[in-house]
Design a protein around this ligand. Structure first.
Ligand code: F6R
Length: 369
């Protein structure tokens, strides 16, 4: 049932192009507009939403962090993303004009379930993004948008994460479409780009051998740091989480802008630091800032592992290892930038002799608070 792969995780990483395509299937019509009829919240209600709150745990939380950037940019609706376990217990402010989005692969995560129950008690509308048909979270929500990743067996989430991102983009773009935001033209262009992302993920998967080799060479390290800005920041956090849970290594994901506020003190000779670089096209300020971050850490002896767009010549001189990913719009980049980090963590775990599909102390679905 592992389809010739040594681990379910490897199989599930390889299934990502299809999972991404399947999650888009039937949701974009011939005119290039979104059709999300299954989301049974009337457009009239969606037009009145004043705030979006996303709640989730772990990897699903990282998808929600990325969704915040997309929702605020494409719809101009204020959006906050919070860990479900924190949200529930701080008496959050919500009403019938709040859309709460609960993201969960399993649909059974107790922290997320408690958060959405609390939200509904306050009168908020709850939309679930979920991979498991008929599970508790969608049953208790007002509406559900299913991700079509297929069953995810490995404890570490991979294909479910990519499809959670796709579902978040769909919801963000749909809100933009329904509300006719000033980003209307951009929304149409992005829907088109989104359709091509499965192919881009496939391209990334064909270039992973150097990443595996790099990972094997780092098997005796104690710490790996991950840096990113904007949507690259949650990608960095996801890269760190994968490494912790699979390789049992100390790993941390930082916002690159925070470096100088403390973490830069951690940089020492030969410390591996993974940096997720945004596209040099579009928001070039972001790109310039991260290039100077790479220079800063390299000047202090760090071993820089740089994930950057193909053709991005500016980062080359500062990259000890360069991992190239296809050109995509900035907001969609996490779909391709995360894949090398999954492969990296999986290979490091294997090199350290760990059980990839069943990391110690972890369960696939966390049904206690
Ligand atoms: C990490 C991982 C966990 C889950 C988290 C939420 O690889 O799998 O962090 O993402 O426990 O689970 P779901 O999405 O089922 O609510």
């Amino acid at each position: 049932e592992k389809g010739g792969y040594d681990y379910f995780m490897l199989k599930e990483i390889a299934e990502q192009p299809k999972a991404v395509a399947d999650t888009l299937l039937g949701r974009i019509d011939a005119a290039g507009e979104l059709r999300l009829d299954e989301v049974r919240i009337p457009d009239s209600v969606l037009r009145e939403i004043e705030k979006v709150v996303i709640v989730a745990c772990g990897t699903a939380f990282h998808a929600g962090m990325i969704a915040k950037y997309a929702i605020e940019h494409w719809t101009r609706i204020p959006c906050e993303t919070e860990l479900a376990s924190e949200f529930r217990y701080r008496d959050p402010i919500m009403d019938s004009r709040t859309l709460v989005i609960a993201i969960s692969q399993s649909g059974e995560t107790m922290d997320t379930l408690m958060a959405l129950r609390h939200a509904r008690e306050q009168g908020a509308k709850v939309l679930a993004i979920c991979n498991t048909n008929g599970s508790t979270i969608p049953r208790e929500s007002d509406a559900v948008l299913y991700t079509h990743a297929g069953p995810e067996v490995a404890v570490a989430s991979t294909k479910a994460f990519l499809t959670q991102l796709v579902a978040c983009y769909l919801v963000a773009l749909y809100l933009g479409q329904v509300r006719g935001t000033k980003w209307g033209d951009e929304v149409l262009a992005v829907i088109k780009e989104l359709s091509a992302m499965g192919t881009h993920v496939e391209e990334v998967l064909t270039t992973m051998e150097p990443v595996r080799e790099l990972a094997r060479g780092l098997a005796d390290k104690n710490t790996v740091l991950f840096l990113g800005r904007h949507v690259g920041y949650p990608v960095a956090m996801e890269g760190a989480l994968k490494l912790k849970e699979l390789a049992y290594m100390h790993a941390e994901g930082f916002a690159a802008g925070e470096l100088k506020h403390g973490p830069i003190a951690l940089i020492e000779e030969d410390l591996p630091v993974v940096v997720v670089v945004p596209s040099p096209r579009g928001r070039s300020v972001l790109h310039d800032k991260i290039v100077s971050n790479i220079q800063e850490i390299r000047a202090r002896g760090a071993r820089t592992i740089v994930i950057a767009e193909e053709g991005d010549a500016t980062v080359r001189p500062y990259a000890d290892h360069l991992i190239e990913i296809p050109q995509t719009p900035t907001l969609l980049q996490p779909l391709v930038a995360t894949v090398p980090l999954q492969v990296f963590a999986c290979e490091l775990a294997t090199a350290r002799g760990n059980e990839v599909d069943q990391p110690r102390n972890l369960a696939k679905s966390v049904t206690v608070e």
